[in-house]
Design a protein around this ligand. Sequence first.
Ligand code: HEC
Length: 129
Amino acid sequence: MRLRVAGSRRGRAGCLAVFGLAGAAVLSADSVPRGQEIFETKCSKCHALDKDEEGPRLRGVFGRPAASVPSFQYSDALKNSKFTWNETLLNTWLTDPDKMVPDTDMSFHLDSASDRKAVIDYLKSLAGR
Ligand code: HEC
């Protein structure tokens, strides 16, 4: 197969498409370091892995019941919610916490679906460690 690269826009687009396909196969392995970077730049304003800050510690949050860190002062809204964090719920949460749990204290969301996936993969990779 010959790829036309230099100059033409179509050449570059073709190249990107090929790269995109190859990239997709390794996406979940790659998304862990990317998720860590997003965590460190965005979430760590309020969260640490092993101690409570403005938000609760997050190591092991994947698979943990919501609002279950005993030392953290959660909102009544989150305390009253009865679910265990999984991929779908974390994705809904990070899209819009206040829509999922009205009156939650977390006023932050991630617009990008791929950023959400990466950060969820990262949190998942820490579960049980
Ligand atoms: C502006 C501060 C802030 C930022 C930024 C923030 N959070 Fe939070 N987060 C909170 C607060 C406060 C709570 C507790 C919410 C409550 O009690 O209603 C919380 C709760 C959570 C919970 C529920 C934890 C549990 O024990 O049930 C998860 C999961 C979470 N945050 C993930 C994230 C992720 C992932 C990011 C980055 C993409 C992030 N948060 C960014 C403040 C923040």
